[in-house]
Design a protein around this ligand. Sequence first.
Ligand code: SF4
Ligand code: SF4
Length: 475
Amino acid sequence: MKPRGGYNVNLIGGPSGVVEKLSPPEKLCIPLHSRHLKFSELRVADGDSVSSGQTLAVDPEAFSVPLLAPCGGTAGLSRLDGHIVIENLNCPPDPAPDPELPTHVPYDSGQAAEKRRKLLELGAWQFVSNARTHQVADPDGTPSAVIVSTVHLEPFVARGSAICTGSINELVRGLEHLQSLLEYQAIHLVLPNVKLELAQDIQKTIRGHAWLKLSEVPLQMRYPFDNQTLLARHLGLFTEGDETVWFIPAAGVIAFDRALTLNRPCTSRIISLAGPVVKDPLHLEVPVGYPIDKIIAGRLTQDDNVRVVNGGILTGTQITEDQAGIDTECSGLTVLETPTVREMFGWLRLGCDRRSFSKCFTSTLKKAFGENLSTSLRGERRPCVACGQCVTVCPAGIMPNAIHKYLFSDELEQAQRLRTDLCAECGLCSYICPSKIDLYDELVRAKVRIAEELGPPAEEPEEQAAQENQEEDVA
Ligand code: SF4
Ligand code: SF4
């Protein structure tokens, strides 16, 4: 795939590399839903005593991926809608790192099927997704290749460097465990730069590296070329049209090591706390279910008129009163201001301080600069003005504006014909749209609806479809 589109989203307020471990709260509020998972099958009853690592619920639609208790305590099912609350917490401290731990995974480290089951039970399998659908991968499936990525380009989400720093042995053992699950398939390790110290350390440490291929993100780290679907296409892993490619972030590989080397459940996450109204944006290590109000308390420059987003600013979702704690897929919290006063004569400004994808502001004459983010960044919602910017920026080579038009008139077949299925779910079209149309949400929902109601598109290889769309676009 020849990379196209993308944008260097440059916003002020990204997290520093500091990782702070928060002490246990008074209670955990564990959401039963996250972006891709729905833990609808409960395994505990109201008032049960639970122990650390115990399965609280599973997602029957996602190979029974479990929701695990990060700490022991008393489970409450009726305290908070859509959550399991754990009170009277008993959180065992993580034992100190064992200096005797081997650097490598023993050759006779067990059967692949047994290891896959253990990864599922200990909560590490939830990090493995199908690069085409972004859903949890089948633990009994056979991928044609695996991508492991240390790169997160979406502004404000937890950075790969913060997750990997100081964890080189865990990363190397995790990669070796991953390799032991496969037969001959290559693992593509994606780094910002293959000459980085981290890449060299991995190459020096890993045992036999013919199976590990180092790759860089195309287009000089421009968003969204860290996206799993785009990486698979860029690496040429989707040639036949039906290949299964697994995608695992670096945090997932470290979780593999935790589960298989240490036999411990994966119940904590390294998340970012960032955005323009966070005093000192940083990374935090927290158990799943940590109350969000406790995380942000005292860390903001203002307490009113703020919006908290679960995840990055392009693909995250606004946190409402329906979510009280960190969910199991959380990569960060982004906090931004919601201005209450309309900007006077905003239309008169020449835009020296506004970056613009369309190069229509005078800021185009300035050197690259970080932009201040607020909920009014792109003005107000309007109908599509047919500017075509979403088509130019879309890295998947599809036409979000035309798909939007067909979805608006409920012409699902036409949306399918325009290959909505190729959407890589990056959110860039929504971000740059001057009319603030939520194309991302529309396309992601339509992708699911088309797959359920119409099935796969009349087969045309992905590369060809994207190419044809680009040619139509140029014409
Ligand atoms: S960027 Fe927005 S306004 Fe422009 S063509 Fe696309 S949908 Fe329409
Ligand atoms: S249509 Fe999909 S792939 Fe294209 S910019 Fe929008 S979200 Fe990204």
